[in-house]
Design a protein around this ligand. Sequence first.
Ligand code: F6P
Length: 328
Amino acid sequence: MEQIKRIGVLTSGGDAPGMNAAVRAVTRTALFNGIECIGIRRGWQGLINCDFVRLSRESVGHLLSRGGTILYTARSEEFMTESGRQKAVSTCRMLGLDGVVAIGGDGTFRGALELSRLGVPVVGVPATIDNDVGCTNYTIGFDSACNTAIECIDKLRDTMQSHERCSVVEVMGRNAGFLALYVGTAVGATAVLVPEHKLDFEKDVIGRIRASRLAGYTHFMIVVAEGAGSAMEVGEKIHEALGIRPTISVIGHIQRGGVPTGRDRETATRMGYYAVQAFAEGRGNCIIATQEGGIVEIPIEEALTMKKHLQMDRYQIMEVMQFGSKHE
Ligand code: F6P
């Protein structure tokens, strides 16, 4: 790649706390390297519509602690079509963009791959509360979303404990259980349902509630990943099996908002920095990923084939925490 002069930055897909910190890092690293930075609004759709804003050191000030994304975000259907992508390429030419930093999840990176095939270099920065991007251990927003869910469930636990009730809580995560398993471990859930693990409902949910009761517990917290079913259905099944009526809570989009945690701000800052460094040093068409604590660049095509598995030992750990001894 030739020395680049101007790049675009966009956020796409579901927003995640820390996206703004990444936009700030991209902008300031670009400016430090003598590269102009243009914010593309509303994700890939903004690239199609030539919807942009100039970014300066000042305009990305006070962003570290702000949730959401100042660039707005969207899931663009039009970008999935050849003609939509051609319009996006025309915008890149019109604005003189030598590359684009795309902040988002797998869907965003599939779009990035298509754009790169049309000759626009792209660097991806993983940001999604689901943590379901295969090439990276960590995605921006995951820690904040976990903490939000944990805070909600801690509050719920107080009242469940007072009233000696059972609660079923649904958390986000799309088709993945990273959020649910992490949160379940952190709140000491009685059972956690994730899409990656086919459970025996009778044994793994009903059996665990029974065993918990026998162990002396009088309130129960069941965490369900949205990809594993709805809290409502799970609550019904518990009612049928045990005759108790659980409370149902769907935490929903609250998990996507709020002040990003230190981990998300720090990771977003490093990832944004390395995304621009890749361009500044003549590379592109890669995803910035964390692996074993360090930051690496992975070619987009390869990154999209990579899979990440749930750490199932957490199930075992939760059981040990719950019972502290073997149970039938
Ligand atoms: O990918 C992030 C996420 O919040 C998922 O956890 C959830 O399934 C989805 O987005 C919800 O998307 P929408 O914004 O379309 O409601």
